[in-house]
Design a protein around this ligand. Structure first.
Ligand code: HEM
Length: 477
């Protein structure tokens, strides 16, 4: 039999209303408690498997990566809108998957990321400067996003962002249209694939006309920054970037493959890294003790006389725990990106059928009270090594899981960690982050929830970002 799960009606399967539109991972986690670490349901015969434990995720998605590194085929997005060959969607058995991974790894592996340290440090300094000059209670979010996008545009295209930037607006529009095409439950063709053969002029086939129109817009908007770098390379004026390197080293590959990889750096890196940084600001405002401890560690290394650099990262042991806890507590990609089974398989006596969609419930794993006691509390010390923690060994390291699984593991993980580390350390060395205050000076509890989407972060909340002292402010100068 398939793994157990919520009751499904004959043929129709699960009533989709049982999956709430907001934070569906919480419902999935409840199913984990009720039906076990691997549960399942179907909608119109399409089987989905939900994984709620590290053990099952490790066994299926990592150890059996050759079976579980596929992606589910979504008719509207992958076929009608022709995004099936994008980095995130291409099937693992397609030759392009290997090529994409190889060339992305070439720029984003740990050693290559080191060549971007000076750029990251320069952008990090610009970020703290912007924070110091413009400190409304919700301004920090704007500056976080500016920093992340600046860095990503430089690494992908060697392009420095400008006011009213049309490249960035274009890519964001392409991301928006792709998310619309990927919205579960929105397109009947996703459940009745035969509909894709209906002629586009046929009543009810608007989805096809819309999908084709969106395809053109997305292709055009993703190509424009690529063309910009290509022109700079031709003039011999290109800054180091993924695109410039590929145009030198892999000019024999079809150009649209390179365009897709460059776009994937933006699409994969921008929202995720910004979401994590926003959760960091929230956690620091809620947990001043953690903040002070992290500040003391940074100060001990810099002597309070300079801003931190990438070279300081290995010594920042407590800050590493803060980052681990940010990625656990905030869970920025709560259901990872769904995988799919390449062929029939068996797990603990249950059948996982070929083509089943696999949801790794990272949020559920990171908020399992058996694994992380009081999971809603932000407590970096839960990751302290056994020797420092009364003989209790630390729970699974979120840095080993938050970036996904098997052959689909996030290629940007080294880059993301370096950039988060550096920005967290730089912010802590200059600023105190605290709750917003009202006109009488009383602290206001931040009013926030976590958003629902492929990525998740805290909704807008206010916090005060204030220079720690005139000396700390002078570090920026
Ligand atoms: C805090 C930051 C980040 C987190 C938490 C994160 C997390 C993830 C996760 C969970 C996946 C899905 C893996 C799977 O399917 O098993 C993924 C995929 C991906 N990420 Fe990241 N990511 C982050 C930053 C970045 C950055 C900075 C880049 C690029 C520079 C990037 C590029 C990608 C790409 C291209 C994929 C698709 C891989 C594939 O399908 O083969 N990510 N990421």
């Amino acid at each position: 039999p398939p793994p157990p799960g919520p009751p499904c009606r004959p043929l129709l399967g699960l009533d989709p209303k049982l999956i709430p539109p907001s934070a569906p991972w919480k419902r999935f986690a409840e199913w984990g408690t009720k039906y076990g670490p691997v549960s399942s349901f179907h909608i119109l015969g399409q089987r989905s498997i939900v994984i709620n434990s590290f053990a099952a995720a490790g066994e299926l998605l990592n150890k059996r990566a050759s079976v579980y590194s596929e992606r589910p085929l979504r008719q509207m997005l992958d076929v009608v809108m022709d995004r099936g060959s994008a980095v995130f969607n291409v099937t693992a058995s397609d030759e392009r998957h290997k090529v994409y991974r190889r060339i992305l790894h070439g720029t984003l592996n740990q050693r290559s990321v080191a060549s971007f340290h000076p750029m990251l440090e320069q952008e990090s300094r610009a970020f703290v400067k912007r924070l110091a000059n413009d400190v409304g209670p919700q301004k920090f979010e704007e500056h976080v996003r500016h920093n992340v996008i600046s860095v990503i545009m430089r690494i992908a295209f060697g392009y420095s962002m400008q006011e009213g930037d049309t490249f960035v607006a274009g890519i964001q529009n392409a991301v928006r249209l792709s998310s619309l095409g990927a919205t579960p439950g929105r397109w009947l063709v996703d459940y009745l694939p035969i509909l894709r053969f209906v002629p586009s002029w046929f009543p009810g086939a608007e989805f096809k006309r819309l999908g084709w129109e969106w395809k053109k817009v997305i292709d055009d908007q993703l190509y424009r920054p690529f063309q910009w770098t290509k022109d700079r390379v031709a003039e011999g004026k290109a800054e180091q970037s993924f695109t410039a390197t590929q145009l030198h080293e892999n000019a024999h590959l079809p150009e649209h493959w390179l365009v897709k990889c460059a776009a994937a750096i933006y699409i994969g890196g921008a929202d995720t890294t910004a979401s994590a940084m926003i959760c960091f600001f929230l956690a620091m405002s809620l947990y001043p003790d953690v903040q002070q401890k992290a500040q003391a560690e940074v100060d001990a290394i810099t002597g309070g006389e300079r801003l931190p650099t990438c070279k300081d990262i290995p010594q920042l042991k407590y800050l590493r725990r803060v980052m681990q806890e940010v990625l656990r507590w905030g869970t920025v990609v709560p259901l990872a990106i769904p995988h799919a089974a390449l062929r029939d398989d068996e797990y603990n006596g249950y059948r996982i059928e070929k083509g089943a969609t696999i949801f790794p419930n990272l949020w559920g794993m990171f908020h399992d009270p058996e694994v992380y006691p009081s999971p809603d509390t932000f407590d970096p010390d839960r990751f302290a090594p056994e020797a420092e923690n009364a003989g209790v060994s630390p729970p699974p390291d979120p840095l080993d899981w938050a970036f996904g699984f098997g052959k689909r593991i996030c290629p940007g993980l080294h880059f993301a960690q370096t950039s988060l580390f550096l920005n967290m350390a730089s912010v802590l060395s200059v600023f105190d982050i605290s709750k917003e205050r009202d006109s009488t000076g009383a602290e206001l509890e931040p009013n926030f929830e976590f958003t629902t989407g492929i990525t998740s972060t805290a909704t807008a909340f206010g916090c005060t970002v204030k220079p720690r002292s005139p000396e700390s402010l002078s570090l920026i100068a």
